[in-house]
Design a protein around this ligand. Sequence first.
Ligand code: FES
Length: 193
Amino acid sequence: METNGNEGGHRFSQKSIAQLDEIITHYPERRAAMLPALWIAQREYDGYLPPEALQEVADRLERPLSEVQAVASFYTMYNFRKRGRHHLEVCTCLSCAVRGAYEVMHKLEKELGISAGEVTVDGEFSIAEVECLDFCGAATVVQVGDQYFGNVTAENVDMLLDQLRNSDSHTPVELADALVKIMTPGGSEAAPA
Ligand code: FES
């Protein structure tokens, strides 16, 4: 059984604690590691930041909870509500809009039985409308976790859904994990699981 040294309901694994400790060494003070710490928390708390995740970040960085809440709520990349196992972010900015982004969005809503901002009852999918993903040449673009899917249309979006249904991924967790690994080059693999 994994020992995580967690007191007070904390959920960070030993690996996460080691990663956070390493990240902190790159900054002059602990509080400067707030954004990476929030990504670690988002990974450890199933892809979103419930109140106890924010409290754990506050405790580990020795900062007031209100400060962590203020920082986390400033950025749209942190989730305060549970997402689907596959969180589909559909770009509806200009290039994607003229290439049918809203048709893609409406097809997704119809196929999944939810509206943008909602999660399917089985927790498998959620949809969000997002600003430009900086991949305009491949409009319409859909981001799922750390992957971009380009040239998505209302006609081929079923294939994307089938591909995702058949994958074991938990995309919000994997996105957070990918970003944490970038912030801890070399250190993350060396740390205990
Ligand atoms: S407009 Fe959609 S990626 Fe830029």
